[in-house]
Design a binder for this molecule. Sequence first.
Ligand SMILES: Cc1cc2nc3c(=O)[nH]c(=O)nc-3n(C[C@H](O)[C@H](O)[C@H](O)COP(=O)(O)O)c2cc1C
Length: 180
Amino acid sequence: MEAIECLKTRRSVRKFKEELVPKEVVEKIVDTARFAPSWKNTQVIRYTLLEDETAIKRICDEGLLDFALNQKTVGRAKQLVIVSIKGGICGYEKDGSYSTSKEDRWEMFDAGVATQTFCLAAHAEGVGSVILGVFDETKVGEIVALPEGEKVACILAIGYPVFAPDAPPRKEVSELISYK
Ligand SMILES: Cc1cc2nc3c(=O)[nH]c(=O)nc-3n(C[C@H](O)[C@H](O)[C@H](O)COP(=O)(O)O)c2cc1C
């Protein structure tokens, strides 16, 4: 798929077909996502493919801060990707001090860059995704049992789209750009 077309036609998909995305396809998506830029090339973002029905149900019931839209999305999803951060590296000097006044916020910046790259790579493979930012970080981390020192950045629901959603309205270029 051509790059601009991929960027403009990617949508948040919240309803998926029954058919699972094969592991090889998920690996192909991660193979592309790993080319995302990262702070000092620290590459601290990790992806956990979650297909365990009990764990997905627990996230749905206990991990979404009772946010109905996300409960509906996760309730229908057969596959989640937990995007996580290996903490204490990105944004830090070797002695453990922060490198810049943004302190550890480069971790979430890198998670955003990597997640968007993942979602675009998925779209190019015909796989739909939606980023879920409303969730209980502690609860989801507990349910997924990430390795020590890793924290959840966001949840993705993934799958083959039932339909291609319309694009929500965008601001005009003139509102977004300024010149000095
Ligand atoms: C950081 C972030 C968090 C988001 N959290 C949620 C969420 O919790 N639930 C949801 O349904 N969509 C969520 N979205 C998706 C946005 O609602 C969506 O990107 C926006 O409405 C534009 O639609 P589009 O992605 O189809 O272009 C999130 C997107 C981002 C970037």
